[in-house]
Write a protein that binds this ligand. Structure first.
Ligand code: SF4
Length: 107
């Protein structure tokens, strides 16, 4: 059996198996599960991550409470969910935004 190599997504491509492509892959997972103000520092690792939208969508759709996901702290994700109760699927919203090259236009 052969294993496909993990390759970076092309521009605008949505990746379903995103975790191995994350910048944090292979690093200490506890580093992203710090608390309080330490999360602001921890989320720096997410800058430039090629799967930041996928990671964030997964956390938002699953209401993941703890840790840094998709470049957002727990508090930031809660605030976003409160601001956008109309969003049924963050995966649908963010994959469409990624395809348009508009990942930053979340809120
Ligand atoms: S966005 Fe952050 S937490 Fe998510 S995979 Fe990338 S580096 Fe890891």
């Amino acid at each position: 059996m052969s294993i496909s190599p993990v390759t970076a997504p092309t521009e605008g491509q949505w990746v379903t198996e995103w975790a191995p492509l994350g910048k944090c892959a292979g690093s200490d997972p506890d580093a992203l599960f710090v608390q309080g103000k330490a999360q602001r520092a921890a989320k720096i690792v997410c800058k430039g991550c090629p799967v930041v939208a996928e990671c964030l969508a997964d956390a938002l759709d699953n209401r993941t409470e703890f840790g840094v996901w998709g470049g957002m702290t727990e508090r930031e994700r809660r605030a976003l969910l409160r601001r956008r109760p109309d969003v049924r699927s963050w995966t649908a919203l963010l994959s469409a935004a990624k395809a348009r090259g508009a990942e930053g236009a979340i809120a």
